[in-house]
Design a protein around this ligand. Structure first.
Ligand code: ADP
Ligand code: MG
Length: 225
């Protein structure tokens, strides 16, 4: 099976080379864990190293703030955006619109191979019933797969939910082909982040807990101490 490398140091070797082709992958973590940065790094490497166009749909942060964070990491998307290789689009969560159709239009407009939706928690929040949330997320994954994208969906893990709860709505993990869980906890008085691959379909993945470092160059996954 073809693997799509993230280019994130230390990550791809945990999952047999990268994410699966035509897959929807969940990045689950609490706030401040690095979900948004991980997604931007995935798109940055995609466009700058692998020549794969990328689309970032943000339901949370505005695009200006995202770009500021990216530039601070040395990921200068603007030039690629001018050449239609990258698109950052803010979706106002409560603005009524046909998100599914718009997503499809945006993907096709730049031939996006890598897609990020940040976050499904905010998207789902705008839907009224559990049924609508499930259907909305299910339809999103169908579109992303039909168009042949390799997508990252972020989800907020409820604080204090432990590892028993992996997503905001409890359905995202069943729709996803893989789950990457980031935790942020106190170890010996110091806070540190860890990354775990909770599942990856059709892949023998590493299932250890790895220290995750964030620096001014982005994320780096370390092997076990
Ligand atoms: N240059 C840096 N060095 C170290 N940590 C950083 C740096 N830039 C950002 N961070 C960390 O990354 C976190 C933000 O990550 P982000 O991807 O926005 O989290 P999430 O999307 O999960 O809420 C910040 O809380 C900060 O701790
Ligand atoms: Mg975020």
């Amino acid at each position: 099976m073809k693997k799509i490398p993230t280019g994130i140091p230390g990550f791809d070797e945990l999952v047999g080379g990268g994410f699966n082709e035509r897959s929807v992958n969940l990045i689950a973590a609490g706030p401040g864990c690095g979900k948004t940065l991980l997604c931007m790094q995935y798109l940055w490497n995609g466009v700058s190293k692998y020549d794969e166009p990328g689309l970032f749909i943000s339901f949370e942060e505005n695009i200006e703030d995202l770009k500021k964070d990216a530039n601070a990491m040395g990921w200068h998307f603007d030039e690629y955006e001018r050449h239609n290789k990258i698109k950052f689009v803010y979706f106002h969560p409560y603005e009524v619109r046909d998100i599914h159709r718009e997503l499809e239009r945006l993907i096709t407009s730049i031939g996006a191979k890598r897609v990020v939706i940040d976050s499904t928690s905010v998207y789902g929040m705008t839907l009224e019933t559990t049924f609508e949330v499930r259907k909305g997320l299910f339809d999103l994954t169908l579109i992303l797969k039909r168009l042949g994208c390799v997508s990252l969906l972020t989800t907020e893990v409820p604080e204090g939910g432990g590892v028993s709860k992996l997503s905001r709505f409890g359905v995202e993990e069943f729709l996803a082909d893989s789950i990457v869980l980031i935790t942020f906890e106190s170890m010996g008085g110091e806070f540190s982040r860890s990354l775990i691959i909770r599942k990856m379909r059709r892949t023998k993945n590493d299932d250890d807990i790895h220290p995750l470092e964030i620096s001014s160059h982005g994320l780096k996954v370390h092997s076990l101490q």
